[in-house]
Unconditional design. Structure first.
Ligand SMILES: C[S@@+](CC[C@H](N)C(=O)[O-])C[C@H]1O[C@@H](n2cnc3c(N)ncnc32)[C@H](O)[C@@H]1O
Length: 202
C-alpha cells in the first residue's frame, strides 16, 4: 500500500480536488480548534502535507507521520523550500511505534483513516500521545459504495456519528462532527461527502 502512495507522491498535489478538500478541511479545523503558535501538532497519514503544512503556518511546530517514504520525502522538501523550520516528517507506524505520552497538543488527519486497517488501535495510539486537553480532528469520507477508489481499501468511509463514538471509546471526549467538504470526481460526476470529527483528551 505504501508503494502505491510512493508512486503517487510526486504528482499528488497536482490534483485540484485534493487541494480543494485540503483547504476546506484546514479551514474547518481552524474553526473548531483554537490553534496557537507553539502547539505541538501531529498530522497522521500526512502525505505531502496538504493539511499539515498550512496548519504549520499557525502552530509553527508540526510532526507528519506516514507509512510512505515517498510522501514523507515530498512533505520534507516542501517544508524546507517554505523554510518551515519547526516542521518535520518521518515514516512511522503509530500503532507499532507510539509517540510518548503527552507529547502532542493537536492531532489531525485527512483522508488517511479509510486506509488504516486497525482504526481503533490507531485512535488509542493517538489518544495516548495527546496532552491533557489536547485535540484530535479526523477528516475522512462518509460511508460510500466503493466507487471512490474503485479498488479494495480497508474501509469504505465511515459513519461520522459512529466514528465519533469510536473516538470516545479511545478515551476522548466527543466535541463535534460535521460535513466539511464534498469531493467531486470527474468520471461520472459522483460526489463524496467528507466529514470532520473532533474530540478532546480529558
Ligand atoms: C489519501 S492519502 C492522504 C494524504 C494527506 N493527508 C492528504 O490529505 O493529502 C492517505 C495517506 O495515509 C497514509 N497511510 C495509510 N495508512 C497509514 C498508517 N497506518 N499510518 C500512517 N499513514 C498511513 C498513506 O501512505 C497516504 O499517504
Amino acid at each position: 500500500m505504501s508503494t502505491t502512495f510512493d508512486a503517487k507522491a510526486a504528482t499528488w498535489d497536482e490534483e485540484p480536488r485534493r487541494r480543494a478538500m485540503a483547504m476546506d478541511v484546514v479551514a474547518a479545523i481552524a474553526q473548531q480548534i483554537p490553534l496557537t503558535p507553539g502547539q505541538r501538532l501531529l498530522d497522521v497519514g500526512c502525505g505531502t502535507g496538504l493539511i499539515g503544512l498550512p496548519l504549520a503556518t499557525v502552530t509553527k511546530s508540526v510532526l507528519g507521520v506516514d507509512l510512505s517514504a515517498g510522501m514523507i520525502d515530498r512533505f520534507t522538501a516542501k517544508a524546507q523550500s517554505a523554510q518551515q523550520t519547526g516542521v518535520r516528517a518521518e515514516v512511522r507506524d503509530l500503532i507499532a511505534s507510539p509517540l510518548p505520552p503527552a507529547s502532542i497538543d493537536v492531532a489531525v488527519s485527512a483522508m488517511a483513516f479509510h486506509h488504516i486497517d486497525h482504526v481503533d488501535q490507531m485512535l488509542h495510539s493517538i489518544a495516548g500521545c495527546l496532552a491533557p486537553g489536547g485535540w484530535l480532528a479526523v477528516a475522512d469520507l462518509e460511508t460510500e459504495d466503493g466507487s471512490f477508489h474503485g479498488e479494495p481499501v480497508p474501509h469504505l468511509g465511515f459513519d461520522p456519528a459512529a466514528f465519533l463514538i469510536r473516538m470516545q471509546q479511545a478515551g476522548l471526549l466527543a466535541v463535534s462532527q460535521a460535513r466539511v467538504h464534498v469531493m467531486q470526481k470527474p468520471a461520472g460526476g459522483r460526489s463524496y461527502p467528507i466529514f470532520l470529527a473532533v474530540a478532546r483528551k480529558p
